[in-house]
Write a new protein. Structure first.
Length: 141
């Protein structure tokens, strides 16, 4: 995992169990790859504490989209590029999944922050400060 010019990059090696009998990644796993990247990004920014109960509720999934362009295969080294922006109570995260020198899929997830009673809440000010410093260059979908 590496951060290049504020774009977060996450690496994932495709495992056999993530594929079908032809060695092609099942479509449902692309959202899992995005989640792995999102959790790693949030942890790297100090927004998610694995040991703090409820810490992940700041990123409740509201909506997902994935556009599949080319298949990923068993053994591929996926590079998941991630960019984040906040608008109002929503956090938008876009992903570009690359392997073998090409873009395999693009995705976007929308998140909202929930309080302990699972009610919608404003994003904490410290989180907004971090999100304001994130890079957002384009909409990939």
């Amino acid at each position: 995992m590496v951060s290049l010019s504020r774009m977060y990059v996450y690496q994932h090696r495709v495992q056999y169990y993530e594929t079908d009998e032809m060695g092609i990644v099942h479509h449902s796993n692309y959202l899992r790859f995005c989640e792995e990247a999102r959790v790693a990004w949030a942890h790297s920014r100090g927004l998610l504490d694995y040991q703090k109960k409820g810490s992940a509720s700041l990123f409740a999934v509201y909506e997902t989209q994935v556009r599949h362009l080319k298949p990923a295969f068993f053994g591929d080294e996926l590079e998941v590029q991630l960019e984040v922006k906040a608008e109002g109570v929503r956090i938008y995260i876009q992903y570009r999944l690359n392997a073998r020198g090409q873009t395999l899929a693009v995705a976007e997830t929308t998140h909202v922050s929930l309080d302990q009673n699972l009610k919608l809440m404003r994003l904490p000010s410290d989180m907004m400060q971090i999100l304001e410093n994130e890079k957002w260059t384009e909409t990939w979908l």
